[in-house]
Design a protein around this ligand. Structure first.
Ligand SMILES: Cc1cc2nc3c(=O)[nH]c(=O)nc-3n(C[C@H](O)[C@H](O)[C@H](O)COP(=O)(O)OP(=O)(O)OC[C@H]3O[C@@H](n4cnc5c(N)ncnc54)[C@H](O)[C@@H]3O)c2cc1C
Length: 533
C-alpha cells in the first residue's frame, strides 16, 4: 500500500502540544500526519534525560485536563514528577488515544512552503517525505533547540561532552570522574546536586547566579492525590484563570505595605512550602523594584545562612537582576551542595572561559582538567526550533526574514502572510511564563475550535490581519514594559544567543487574561483574522 501524501493537517513535534493536537484533529474527522525529530513521544521529556531532570510544576497540575478518565486513572508518585515519570505519562497518552499510527519518528521537517494557488502547504523532511496539507500546526517546543556556546577548541576536548537537553539514552557512568558543569540556569541547578553525589569532583562554571527556591519534593501523599482528583474541576478552573497557570495562591497585597515581621512571616511560610508559590507572596514583586528587592534580599539571606564560605555565598547571590525576571528555579539542596569538599565554583563573569583545551575548560586563571563537560547552556528559546525550518508563506516570503527583528504574531497563534499556519505556544502568548500544560491545552482547543468554525462557515483559509498583528505586538511590548522582566538579560528576550534581536517574546499579561482575550476574539467571529473561501 502506498503511503498517503495529502492530509488535512501536518503537525510538527510529538511533545505534549503535538500529542493533544493530533487527538483533537482526529476528533474533528480530519486527516493528519505528525513528524517528530526524536525517536519517540514526549518532546522535552524525551530529550532531557539528565540526572535530576524534573518538572517544577506539581505533578497533579502538570498534566492534561481534557480527559476526565485520564486524569482520574493516572497516578503520580511524587509532588514534582521526574523526567522518567513524565515520559511514561506521555507514552501512556500516545497509547491510550492510539496516536502513534499517524506519527513518523526520527523525521525532521526541513521545509514548509505555502502554495497560494492550491491553498496548501508543501512540507518536506530530512528523510525525503514530500507531503501537502491545508494546515500546518507547529508544536516544535519553546525549549527544544539546544544551544552550546561556540567555545574555541570545544572539539579538541579529550573527554565526554553532553548537553543536558540532548542527554544520551544509555546510562552515563560518572562514578569517580571529574565533571565540569557550564551554566547555572534551571537545568544546571537541577543537575549539579545530583552530579556532586555521583562524581568524584564537580567544577561549576557560573556566569549569572540565579535565585532558586527549594522544591521540597516528596512522595505524593495518597490522601492529597485523592483530594485533588475529587476536586479537579475547581482546581483546573483556578489554574486557567490564574496568572501563571498554577493553583498556588497569589496574594494581592503589597510587600511595601506590611510590617517587617509580616513580610518575613509570609516569605518564611512560602519558603517552607517550596515551589513556584513562593513568588506569589506579594503582588508587586514582578512590577515594583523596591518590593522586589525585599523578596530578593530574603533569598540572599537564605544563601548566606546555607553556604558556609562567605565568598562562595556572595558569588551565588544574584545582584544583577530582580527576582522572577529570569526563568524561576526550584531545587533540591542546590546551595548546600557548595559546602561539599568535592564541589567548587568558578566565576566566569570575572574570568571567562577562553577556550576548551584537550584537558578541559581554560580561563585566564587556570585550566580545569576534567573527564566530562556538561553543557547546561540552554536553548534558542521560543523561536529557535521554528526558524530552523525553512518556512515560506504567501508570495514566497520567508518567515526568517519577517522575524529578523524579532517574532511577530497575532496572539502567538498565527503570523500575517502565512495562511493556515498555527504555532502552539508561539511567541506573543504566555507560553514559558506559565505552567505550559495550561497554555498548550488552551492553544490546541482554540485552534481546533477555529478549524471547526472554518469548516462550518465554508472558509478554507485563515490568517491574521496585519493591523491586528501590529496592535497585538504593541500590546505585548507594553505589558512587558509594565513589569521588571526587561531588566534581566534573560532568554525570554533572546539575550543568551549572540546576535538574536532583543525582544521580550512571551505575553506577560497572565494566562487568565490571555484566555479571555482569545475567547472574546473567537466569539466576535475571529476578529482581526481574515478568512477566505
Ligand atoms: C529541562 C526543562 C524543564 C522544564 N520544566 C518545565 C516545568 O517545570 N513546567 C513547565 O510548564 N514547563 C517546563 N518546561 C517546558 C516544556 O518544554 C513544556 O512544559 C512542554 O513539555 C512543551 O511541550 P511541547 O510539546 O510544546 O514542546 P516540546 O516538548 O519541546 O516538543 C517539541 C518536539 O518537537 C520536535 N521538533 C522540533 N522541531 C522539529 C522539526 N523541524 N521536525 C520534527 N520535529 C521537530 C522536537 O524534537 C520535540 O520533541 C521545561 C523544559 C525544559 C527543557
Amino acid at each position: 500500500m502506498t503511503e498517503a501524501t495529502s492530509f488535512d493537517a501536518v503537525v510538527i513535534g510529538a511533545g505534549f502540544s503535538g500529542l493533544y493536537m493530533l487527538h483533537r484533529l482526529r476528533g474533528l474527522g480530519l486527516t493528519a500526519r505528525l513528524y517528530e525529530a526524536g525517536g519517540g513521544v514526549g518532546g522535552t521529556w524525551y530529550w532531557n534525560r539528565y540526572p535530576g531532570a524534573r518538572c517544577d510544576v506539581e505533578s497533579v497540575e502538570y498534566c492534561y485536563s481534557f480527559s476526565e478518565e485520564l486524569q482520574q486513572d493516572w497516578d503520580w508518585t511524587e509532588r514534582y514528577p521526574s523526567q522518567p515519570e513524565i515520559l511514561r505519562y506521555a507514552e501512556h497518552v500516545a497509547d491510550r488515544f492510539d496516536l502513534r499510527r499517524d506519527m513518523r519518528f526520527r523525521t525532521r521537517v526541513t521545509r514548509a512552503a505555502y502554495d497560494e494557488a492550491a491553498a496548501r502547504w508543501r512540507v518536506e523532511t530530512d528523510r525525503g517525505d514530500r507531503v501537502t496539507a491545508r494546515f500546518v500546526i507547529t508544536a516544535v517546543g519553546c525549549l527544544s533547540d539546544a544551544r552550546v556556546p561556540g567555545f574555541p577548541g570545544a572539539e579538541s576536548f579529550h573527554g565526554e561532552s553532553y548537553h543536558t537537553g540532548r542527554w544520551p539514552h544509555e546510562e552515563v557512568d560518572l562514578a569517580g570522574k571529574r565533571v565540569a558543569v557550564i551554566g547555572t540556569g534551571s537545568s544546571g541547578i537541577q543537575i549539579i546536586p545530583v552530579l556532586a553525589e555521583l562524581a568524584a569532583e564537580v567544577t561549576v562554571f557560573q556566569r549569572t547566579p540565579n535565585y532558586t527556591i527549594p522544591a521540597w519534593n516528596r512522595p505524593l501523599r495518597p490522601e492529597y492525590a485523592r483530594w485533588v482528583k475529587d476536586n479537579y474541576a475547581d482546581i483546573r478552573r483556578t489554574m486557567r484563570d490564574s496568572l501563571f497557570g498554577i493553583a498556588a495562591s497569589f496574594n494581592t497585597g503589597s510587600a511595601l505595605e506590611v510590617s517587617e515581621q509580616e513580610l518575613r512571616d509570609e516569605l518564611e511560610a512560602r519558603w517552607a512550602h517550596g515551589g513556584p508559590g513562593f513568588l506569589g507572596a506579594f503582588a508587586d514583586t514582578p512590577v515594583d523594584p523596591r518590593a522586589n528587592e525585599l523578596v530578593a534580599e530574603f533569598v540572599r539571606e537564605k544563601i548566606r545562612q546555607t553556604v558556609e564560605d562567605p565568598r562562595v555565598a556572595e558569588l551565588l547571590s544574584p545582584r544583577d537582576h530582580p527576582i522572577g525576571t529570569k526563568r524561576p528555579c526550584f531545587d533540591t539542596d542546590y546551595y548546600a551542595t557548595f559546602n561539599r569538599p568535592n564541589v567548587r565554583l568558578v566565576d566566569v563573569r570575572r574570568t571567562p572561559i577562553e577556550e576548551i583545551t584537550a584537558a578541559g575548560p581554560r580561563t585566564a586563571e587556570a585550566t580545569y582538567e576534567v573527564d566530562v563537560i556538561v553543557y547546561a547552556t540552554g536553548y534558542d528559546a521560543l523561536t529557535g526550533a521554528l526558524l530552523a525550518i525553512d518556512v515560506t508563506g504567501a508570495g514566497g516570503a520567508a518567515l526568517r526574514e519577517k522575524w529578523a527583528a524579532g517574532p511577530r504574531t497575532y496572539l502567538g497563534l498565527m503570523t500575517a502572510g502565512f495562511p493556515n499556519l498555527f504555532t502552539i505556544t508561539g511567541p506573543g502568548s504566555p507560553s514559558v511564563l506559565s505552567n505550559m500544560f495550561v497554555s498548550i491545552e488552551q492553544h490546541v482547543d482554540w485552534i481546533a475550535d477555529c478549524l471547526r468554525h472554518l469548516a462550518e462557515s465554508g472558509a478554507t483559509v485563515i490568517e491574521p490581519d496585519a493591523d491586528a498583528e501590529d496592535a497585538w505586538m504593541r500590546h505585548v511590548g507594553e505589558v512587558a514594559e509594565q513589569t521588571l522582566y526587561p531588566r534581566a538579560d534573560s532568554w525570554y528576550l533572546g539575550a543568551n544567543i549572540p546576535g538574536k534581536p532583543r525582544v521580550f517574546m512571551p505575553y506577560a499579561g497572565g494566562v487568565g487574561t490571555y484566555r479571555a482575550t482569545c475567547d472574546e476574539i473567537a466569539a466576535k467571529g475571529y476578529e482581526g483574522f481574515v478568512m477566505s473561501p
